[in-house]
Design a protein around this ligand. Structure first.
Ligand code: CTP
Length: 396
């Protein structure tokens, strides 16, 4: 594969990415830009990759590297991708070895941008990113955090381990088409917490693992992903926009907002059906007498709202249902009551659903179909969900 490195301070993090790639057995040719070499020198890349390093198209001309590298690669990863590199790639420039390689590559291409927040948010960069995504390039959203100086914001390079995971996921897809390319999907994940007082809440056992698996796999299939995460303690899925929420009402606001421009919404979060009618301002004290029962009020059903008030015709709405008994009968009734297009029904039990790496499910649709997904990884289940979502999207 080719690891393209453009000229940003995050170039030093690409050394760690390179190690992860080579140690997992990949043969990696590093193609830096001239500016990248101002941050990390050619000997470092050559030593770490065990391959020659050139930035221009005039070295080893007899091997026609400006065509051969792109043609022979299984994957091109550009990390960090600066605003300038993104602009040059979007306009089809071929003025150095990396941009020439990008023009000749017919394999999956993954960009991990890193730049200051203002540069990332500038309409020029956003237009260029849209152009690249429309052409099939998987562009990760930069992470939020510390930037070069003391400033913080969106624009940080995703962690090398996360870029590595995204690269592995793209390679695992092999020649399969990026069927969510150009699609925007929203995934809710985790479990809501409804406060009783400043230190206590009513919550549930959802970890967010299934929601994050949905986000990761959608990115690997080319989607732009917004994750609405309720109390999730996992590292952010690389390349997704993550909106953090606590309560069901906050989740509702964030999901409905993100759903406006989305092609699909998947409600994997475990949402509290009720919340305490009163949230005490101060910590509740124990008393000698028996405590008063806690009065609860209903929370809005977000999935019902999404199914009823679609942001646009053709939007696909997916729900999850965790059931302990009469799984399929309860699932069918819930699918009808929620008005969604697909309902992923889990039987809650040992090694399934909550806070485990594995899951099994039956995915119901309103046409009477039922897709069985045997016990396997949450990523495997997520891929089946996206297979069905992609099929419904392409049918409209
Ligand atoms: N859901 C929601 N808003 C709620 C409750 C649930 O959007 N207030 C969504 C969940 O994200 C999930 C689906 O509805 O996708 C089903 O959640 P589940 O808890 O199984 O269903 P409930 O409607 O709460 O039914 P019950 O708890 O009675 O089984």
């Amino acid at each position: 594969m080719v690891l393209g490195v453009s000229g940003g301070i995050a170039a030093y993090k690409a050394c760690e990415l390179l190690r992860l790639l080579t140690e997992s057995g990949h043969s990696v040719r590093v193609v830096p830009t001239d500016s990248a070499l101002k941050f990390v020198g050619a000997p470092t890349w050559a030593a770490l990759s065990g391959q020659p390093v050139t930035t221009d198209v005039w070295t080893d001309v007899e091997q026609v590297p400006h065509v051969r590298l792109g043609q022979e690669s299984d994957l091109v990863v550009v990390a960090p991708a600066t605003a300038d590199l993104i602009a040059r790639a979007a306009t089809g420039r071929a003025d150095d070895l990396l941009t020439a390689t990008l023009l000749t590559a017919r394999c999956p291409v993954l960009f991990a941008p890193a730049m200051h927040t203002e540069m990332w948010e500038h309409p020029a960069t956003q237009d260029n990113v849209r152009t690249l995504r429309a052409r099939g390039v998987v562009v990760l959203d930069p992470a939020v955090g510390r930037l070069t100086g003391a400033d913080t914001g969106r624009g940080r390079l995703p962690e090398p381990a996360d870029i590595f995971a995204a690269a592995q996921a793209l390679l695992a897809r092999g020649a399969q088409p990026l069927d969510l390319l150009g699609r925007h999907v929203v995934v809710s994940a985790g479990g809501t917490r409804e406060p009783l007082d400043p230190v206590r809440f009513l919550g549930n056992r959802s970890s967010g693992k299934q929601g994050y698996a949905l986000a990761r796999t959608a990115i690997a299939r080319g989607a732009e992903v917004t994750v609405v995460a309720a109390n999730v303690a996992l590292p952010d899925p690389a390349g997704a926009k993550v909106v953090r929420v606590g309560t069901a009402e906050e989740l509702r606001t964030a999901v409905l907002d993100a759903a406006r421009g989305a092609d699909a919404v998947v409600m994997a979060a475990a949402v509290a059906d009720f919340r305490p009618a009163v949230r005490a301002d101060a910590k509740l004290k124990k008393t000698d007498s028996d405590p008063e029962p806690i009065a609860l009020v209903r929370n809005p059903d977000i999935l019902v709202e999404l199914g009823r008030d679609r942001a646009h015709a053709g939007q696909v709405v997916v729900g999850f249902a965790a059931e302990t008994n009469d799984v399929l009968a309860n699932g069918r009734a819930k699918l009808a009551a929620k008005g969604c297009d697909l309902l992923v029904v889990n039987e809650v039990g040992e090694r399934r659903a909550f806070d485990t790496p594995d899951n099994a499910a039956t995915i119901l649709d309103p046409e009477g179909g039922a897709t069985e997904v045997p016990l396997g990884s949450k990523d495997a289940l997520a891929h089946v969900v996206w297979d069905l979502v992609a099929a419904r999207l392409s049918a409209t």
